[in-house]
Ligand binder design. Structure first.
Ligand code: CTP
Length: 398
């Protein structure tokens, strides 16, 4: 399935370097063209001879290939040649350098010049992985669109809170297959963030949704070949992937209008926005002045966007909702799945530390209209987005 694909594997100095040998063997078996760059550290764990034999190409270890003839390893050309660059294992040292633009090795220069997607499979001991510096470096890399390859199905497979164990070679191959064998998938519409409901020109009712989950879903969808439209409430999140069509809205009514326009020709709708259920009945034209006595704001319901769209869902369309519950979670989520005519509902439990609003991590259970609930571990929102798309790919039949 990877036949003819050009893949750069960067190996750095971790005991998990032996797994890179297996990874390269699997990639070559799948028909990929593999070029390998090894740091000095990597060569203390595994020899270039082993790797070059498996990769069927010379291993690159330095900027200068031959200092007599002046032949050098052109990192710019390498970066243009590749369809994907994977650094596996990626040590704390290498990912720190990547996050900071240091290029004291040809591996790092290739990363900086690469035009293709880049992913890393971190490997280090737990304390190093959990150090705030490493965490913030991983965050920087995620912001720069480096993908973190999750380790372990059903384990702490996050880029931010995992154990630091490197993903298995088979998992990395699957990760690549999902992205490189992408066929045109059609249009995905994703909603994100909170909505703000105006009280007067300067005040509103809102909520703490950061928009992170919806943005992670949009990035994941785009990297799998979907044509993505992201409709988002007010958030500080940014989209750097220029292929994503971003539409900014403020209120639930605006979000409904934008989504109604966009969803008609879409195949997939994922509604991760935290839409206000109520809005002030009357919006004051002028700033409301302070009065001596207490004040009351009268509220009226907003439209349930997902239920409205769900009622008009076409047969080939797949609609996914989110449910935030604090008690009787499965039953409530199941009820929403049916009431809103959804194919899947992603249950967010607030009973878990580190999950939900304002956190970088999330713990979910996915319930399908034809599938049993599947529970996932606490993971980074990027890793959760990866799980959600895998689940939809595997369980939706259209
Ligand atoms: N939703 C929506 N429009 C609303 C409220 C919610 O489209 N006015 C969507 C959310 O984006 C989410 C799903 O419906 O995908 C469930 O949202 P949730 O707040 O959990 O449920 P509600 O239907 O609002 O029910 P309740 O607040 O009573 O739990």
């Amino acid at each position: 399935m990877l036949s003819g694909k050009n893949i750069i594997i960067g190996i750095t100095g971790s005991i998990a370097a032996y797994k890179a040998a297996l990874l390269i063997r699997l990639l070559v078996k799948e028909g990929a063209n593999v070029k390998v760059i090894m740091t000095d550290g990597a060569q203390q764990f595994i020899t270039p001879l082993t790797i070059s034999t498996l990769a069927k190409s010379d291993v690159i270890t330095t900027y200068v290939a031959n200092d007599v003839t002046g032949k050098w390893n052109n990192h710019v050309e390498l970066g243009l040649w590749a369809d994907y660059m994977i650094v596996a294992p990626a040590t704390a040292n290498t990912l720190a350098k990547m996050a900071n633009g240091i290029c004291d090795h040809v591996l790092l220069a290739t990363y900086l010049s690469a035009r293709c997607p880049v992913a890393i499979a971190p490997a280090m001991d737990l304390d190093m992985y959990q150090h705030p510096t490493t965490k913030s470096n991983l965050k920087t890399l995620i912001n720069h669109h480096v993908q973190i390859i999750p380790a372990g199905v059903g384990e702490l497979a996050s880029g931010l809170s995992g154990e630091g164990r490197m993903a298995e070679p088979e998992e990395i191959v699957e990760f690549l297959q999902k992205r490189l064998s992408k066929s045109k998938k059609g249009k995905a519409v994703i909603s994100a963030g909170p909505t703000f409901e105006a009280i007067d020109p300067v005040r509103f009712i809102g909520n703490h949704s950061s928009g992170k989950m919806g943005f992670a879903l949009a990035h994941e969808a785009a990297s799998r070949g979907w044509e993505v439209t992201l409709v988002t409430g007010p958030t500080s999140q940014e989209i750097e992937n220029s292929s994503i069509n971003r539409i900014d809205v403020v209120s639930a009514a605006e979000m409904l209008r934008a989504l109604s326009n966009e969803v008609d020709d879409a195949t997939l709708l994922i509604m991760s926005a935290a839409v206000a259920d109520y809005k002030p009945k009357f919006v004051a034209d002028q700033k409301i002045k302070k009065a001596a006595s207490e004040a009351t704001i009268e509220l009226g319901p907003t439209t349930d966007i997902l239920a409205t769209l769900g009622a008009q869902k076409k047969e080939h369309q797949c609609f996914v909702g989110f449910a935030l519950e604090t008690e009787n979670e499965l039953a409530h989520a199941q009820g929403k799945l049916e009431r809103k005519n959804l194919d899947f509902i992603v249950l967010n439990s607030l009973n878990n530390k580190g999950a939900g609003f304002g956190h970088d991590t999330n713990k979910i259970t996915i319930i399908g209209k034809d599938t049993k609930p599947v529970e996932f571990e606490l993971k980074s929102k990027e890793a959760v987005a990866y799980d959600i798309f895998n689940h939809i790919d595997e369980n939706h039949n259209s």
